[in-house]
Design a protein around this ligand. Structure first.
Ligand SMILES: Nc1ncnc2c1ncn2[C@@H]1O[C@H](COP(=O)(O)OP(=O)(O)O)[C@@H](O)[C@H]1O
Ligand SMILES: N[C@@H](CC(=O)OP(=O)(O)O)C(=O)O
Length: 346
């Protein structure tokens, strides 16, 4: 069952010191609700000196059935000071290049008191490019090598790997399989919802591998996870699958189990799951990485799920169009809904 977030208003105060960050709520809990298990207490803007900006969603950690199922592991961790403490989600804009990934790594390390689970989306516009590549393969193109979008995706990921000083072999298999898949789609001249989900999954599978390898390269122990391999079980509704209940305990068992036996920062693919009946890769709908983050937070019974953006909250317009765009200090639900209706990206 998918987790729903009901947004009633977000306050984004101008400056907020990092030391106060964890203890303050910026709007009353009842203004924002986060399914029946949790309450959303605030949305904040992180000051420039902490080298990042973010929308932080704070949830109440309450005992739920998932925690009961994983009690033995949680009990082991209860007294530990270094247990997994929050989820940090970074979207495509935040990991769009090697430099952006370096900033994300720096940001994560600037919170040494946290042991976060990291959820990443695909780099930049990779998902859109992959969908376009699939559509081209299914229509006019006879060989994947003719598809510009495939070149774009290869180039983007190779450049990131090179600039981060990593070995290209970490994504070689994925790029080869991606090309093979596009050739298969081209041979069949058919892009089904199922093959489309498999196709776009390459984006998150590669971004997380690159980022985990980079953290390991700079001496921070990290472990990459494909969500469809760690218990993200979904309906078989390709392109827009719902998370099934069993996911929470499966994911908690896997992440806690690994953390207890060999602690390493988990780097999890957003957006992806595995269909219950088909066992095929599914996706959770566009923008679905946020749902991955909240699912992990709920499964692990964590107090915080942080959704980081590369902007200072909602601005007066897209900063890519007008560099003088300024943060909007307060948004009502109606205003947010209107912005979304007219296609605001953020
Ligand atoms: N009014 C706006 N305020 C802030 N950012 C905006 C706005 N309109 C467009 N953007 C763009 O949205 C991007 C964030 O997009 P979003 O899809 O929310 O992020 P993510 O890739 O993290 O999921 C920003 O990098 C910014 O360029
Ligand atoms: N990459 C997927 C999932 C996602 O959540 O992306 P983002 O966090 O960049 O919106 C998409 O583009 O839909």
């Amino acid at each position: 069952m998918a987790t729903a977030t009901h947004l009633c208003g977000i306050k984004t105060p101008i400056y907020f010191s990092k030391s106060n960050r964890l203890s303050q709520s910026l709007c009353s809990p009842e203004r924002l609700s986060f399914d029946s298990l949790t309450e959303l207490c605030g949305a904040i803007r992180i000051p420039a000196q902490s080298r990042g900006r973010g929308l932080k969603v704070v949830c109440d950690a309450r005992k739920n059935e998932v925690l009961v199922q994983t009690e033995s592991k949680i009990q082991v961790l209860e007294g530990a000071t270094n247990k997994l403490s929050c989820v940090m989600k970074f979207g495509g804009s935040s990991v769009a290049s090697a430099d952006r990934m370096k900033e994300v790594a720096e940001l994560i390390l600037s919170f040494p008191e946290e042991n976060p689970v990291i959820v990443l989306s695909a780099m930049g516009k990779t998902t859109n490019k992959l969908i376009l590549a699939g559509e081209k393969a299914a229509s006019c193109v006879s060989d994947a090598s003719e598809i510009d979008e495939l070149d774009f995706v290869k180039e983007l990921h190779h450049r990131a790997v090179d600039e981060l000083g990593l070995d290209r072999s970490i994504i070689t298999d994925h790029l080869e399989n991606l090309e093979r898949l596009l050739n298969g789609i081209s041979a069949l001249k058919e892009l089904t919802p199922r093959s489309r989900d498999y196709l776009v999954s390459f984006g998150e599978c590669m971004s997380t591998r690159i980022f985990a390898a980079y953290l390991n390269e700079i001496g921070v122990k990290a472990r990459q996870y494909d969500a469809f391999d760690i218990g993200f079980i979904t309906t078989d509704d390709f392109n827009n699958a719902d998370i099934l209940e069993e996911t929470y305990s499966a994911v908690a068992n896997r992440l806690y189990g690994d953390w207890i036996s060999d602690p390493a920062i988990p780097i999890v693919t957003g957006f992806l799951g595995k269909g219950l009946r088909t066992c095929a890769v599914t996706t959770l709908g566009r923008g679905g990485s946020d749902l991955t983050a909240t699912t992990i937070g709920k499964g692990l019974g964590l107090r915080e799920i942080q959704v980081w953006k590369d902007v200072d909250g909602v601005l007066t317009c897209d900063p890519n169009i007008y560099t003088g765009a300024e943060p909007v200090p307060y948004l009502t639900f109606d205003e947010a809904a209107e912005l979304a209706y007219f296609g605001a990206q953020v």
